[in-house]
Each structure stands twice: as C-alpha cells, then as structure tokens.
Design a protein around this ligand. Structure first.
Ligand SMILES: Cc1cc2nc3c(=O)[nH]c(=O)nc-3n(C[C@H](O)[C@H](O)[C@H](O)COP(=O)(O)O)c2cc1C
Length: 157
C-alpha cells in the first residue's frame, strides 16, 4: 500500500502533528502492513506559487488551450504533485491550527493540486472524486481549548 504522508508544520521534530502521524504510520508497520510512505512536507517541497501563470495554466488545461512557456513550466510542477496523490492508496495528513485555519503552505498545496479532471471531475452539475484513495487519516492539533458556550458572546442592551 502506498501512503502519501502530508506534513504541514514547519516545526520539524518538535511538531505535535508530525509526531502523531509518525506514530500512526509506525503502528501500521508494527501490525504488519506493507506500506511505502511518500512524505510530502509542504515546507521542504518548494511549492510553486499559485500565481498568474498557475491560474492561467489551470483554466487553459480545463479548456484544452495552448499554454505559454511560463504556464507549461508551472503546470509540469503541478502535474508532479498531482501524480503523488494519484499513486496513493491512502493519505495521512497532519496539520496544526493556525489562526483558526490551516497553515498557508498547506492551503497553497490544496490550491495547486485541486485540479478539475485530475483530482475531481465536474460536469456543470456535480462534482465527483477521481482519486483511488479509500481512506484518509487527518490529525489536527491546536493549542487552545474550544469552549462552545464562550464562543458566541451575547450582548445585553
Ligand atoms: C502561527 C500560529 C497560529 C496558531 N493559531 C492557533 C489557533 O488559532 N488556535 C489554536 O488553538 N492554536 C493555535 N496555534 C497553536 C498550534 O495549533 C499548536 O501549538 C499545535 O499543536 C502546533 O502543531 P505542530 O506542533 O504540529 O506545529 C497556533 C500556532 C502558530 C505557530
């Protein structure tokens, strides 16, 4: 089984989310699963910017239009990332909460790979998944407690 192990914390060996996903993968190995792990650390990957060229390539790919040299270059980089998702049987993702959201490098990865006709299809009416990933394991870490009754303050007039 091929596992795509996505790490999104820059805290390297101090990272709680990486420690947890590592423990999960080690226990899979311990229980005899034969797994091949492809680690994609969003900090170390030198992800291309999701910029003018990348967005141009995205829309031209959908419309099957010829790309410029700049668009072709970034599209090739995007395709290499997409292939890592396509090869995976399972995805393991570790992510800390950053300011009530995701670390921006993880969002950048999502924006780069979430491409129509590669990770999903859309026929104008509905979206369908295109990956053969049976399961994904997501580990979220955060520093604070979430107390629902304090999160919606009521104001008395
Ligand atoms: C830039 C930044 C923003 C953070 N924002 C939040 C937050 O909004 N809520 C929260 O509970 N913890 C927040 N934290 C704390 C982390 O989510 C927490 O320490 C987490 O365990 C870190 O995971 P890691 O060790 O894998 O990086 C933030 C930490 C950083 C560095």
């Amino acid at each position: 089984m091929r596992v795509l192990d996505i790490q999104s914390s820059p805290r390297r060996e101090s990272s709680d989310s990486s420690k947890l996903t590592k423990a999960f993968l080690e226990s899979c190995l311990h229980y005899g699963s034969s797994i091949v792990v492809d680690t994609l650390n969003v900090r170390d990957e030198h992800l291309p910017e999701f910029d003018y060229g990348a967005i141009g390539a995205k829309y031209k790919a959908i419309k099957n239009e010829a790309m410029t040299e700049m668009e072709t270059k970034v599209w090739d980089q995007i395709q290499s990332l997409i292939q890592r998702f396509q090869k995976a049987d399972c995805i393991v993702l570790g992510t800390p909460m950053w300011n009530f959201g995701l670390p921006y490098k993880l969002k950048q990865l999502i924006d780069l790979v979430a491409q129509r006709n590669f990770l999903f299809s859309y026929d104008g009416k509905q979206y369908c998944p295109l990956l053969n990933v049976g399961k994904a394991v997501v580990v979220y870490t955060r520093g604070s407690r979430f107390l629902e009754r304090y999160s919606h303050p009521t104001f008395a007039i």
